[in-house]
Design a protein. Structure first.
Length: 299
């Protein structure tokens, strides 16, 4: 073997050895991946995310994907001659929009199932309606009626446990029902957080269109690698967190307080961001930890 090829092979071996403690630590543990943003639109990124999750499954993790589809829903709403409408960042969902949303999310769901199975792992796509997985109440935004948007009141994780036990990779579409069996659209971040809480997941990973959490959003050099929830609360109180990051960070804190060991906020625009964050010592995003937790560095 030539010296150049040998160096490349040694580099690959070092990467695998670096990943070993993480594989040992999280073997047979549940990880919930909220999949959305640009990584759902760019075909190359989409395949890379699915490769990451499939690899997690094959090395012993128990991944669950919870996906969004907001951009695709908006595209189809416009195709139907309507204009997407948002109130405080939440999609106003009338009866026609709900019908389109469920159709589009179902299409996205089965396309992800197909991609996973092309990589040799059995996947099953379900919605929050299946097995009573996600039960909701009608959600209001600052007292405003925004239509068929649901706020999760109860998660019945039995169907997910059954699928994991049978060695399937569950892919969840964020649609649920209320007590009258009316269908509601659910924010995918909320759905992922609720499922992670109910299943006491070891990890919850949000794929987003930002690099992570910053001490100063205007200064990209202030990216925080590890963030205990006490410091996360301080950032919120200090007014340093705004926009779409505020509800996401509150979801992270809620998940940690309800049994999830650690939450990762990752830039889904970076190729193989899940593997880089979970299996390398430095990581690339922000890991939010409970006070008794620490990131497992092995340097």
């Amino acid at each position: 073997m030539e010296e150049k090829d040998l160096r490349q092979s040694m580099g690959k071996a070092e990467v695998l050895i670096e990943a070993l403690p993480y594989i040992q630590r999280f073997n047979r543990k549940i990880i919930v991946v909220k999949y959305g943003g640009s990584a759902m639109v760019d075909e190359e990124l989409k395949h890379q995310v699915i490769q990451d999750v499939t690899l997690l499954k094959l090395v012993g993790f128990k991944p669950i994907i919870v996906h969004g589809g907001g951009k695709e829903i908006s595209r189809w709403v416009q195709k139907a001659g309507m204009e997407p409408e948002f109130v405080n960042g939440l999609r106003k969902t009338d009866e026609d929009t709900m019908e389109i949303a469920e159709m589009v999310l179902g299409k996205v769901n089965k396309s992800l199932v197909q991609m996973v199975q092309q990589l040799g792992v059995l996947a099953i796509g379900i919605s929050g309606k299946d097995g009573g997985l996600l039960r909701v109440n009608k959600k209001y935004s600052d007292g405003k009626d925004i239509g068929y948007v649901g706020e999760i009141k109860e998660v019945n994780p039995k169907i997910l446990y059954d699928l994991l036990e049978k060695d399937f990779l569950p892919i969840v579409c964020p649609v649920g029902m209320d007590d009258q069996f009316q269908t509601y659209n659910i924010n995918a971040d909320d759905a992922a957080c609720a499922i992670a809480r109910a299943m006491k997941a070891e990890k919850l990973a949000f794929l987003t269109d930002i690099e992570g959490v910053y001490k100063d959003p205007a200064d990209k050099s202030t990216l925080i690698s590890e963030l205990p929830i006490s410091e996360a609360r301080e950032l919120i109180l200090d007014g340093n967190i705004g926009g779409g990051m505020l509800p996401k960070l509150n979801n992270c804190i809620d998940a940690i307080e309800n049994g999830v060991s650690r939450v990762h906020i990752l830039d889904g625009r970076i190729a193989h961001c899940l593997l880089l964050e979970i299996f390398t010592n430095k990581g690339i995003g922000t890991a939010i930890l409970g006070e008794s937790e620490r990131k497992y560095y092995h340097e």
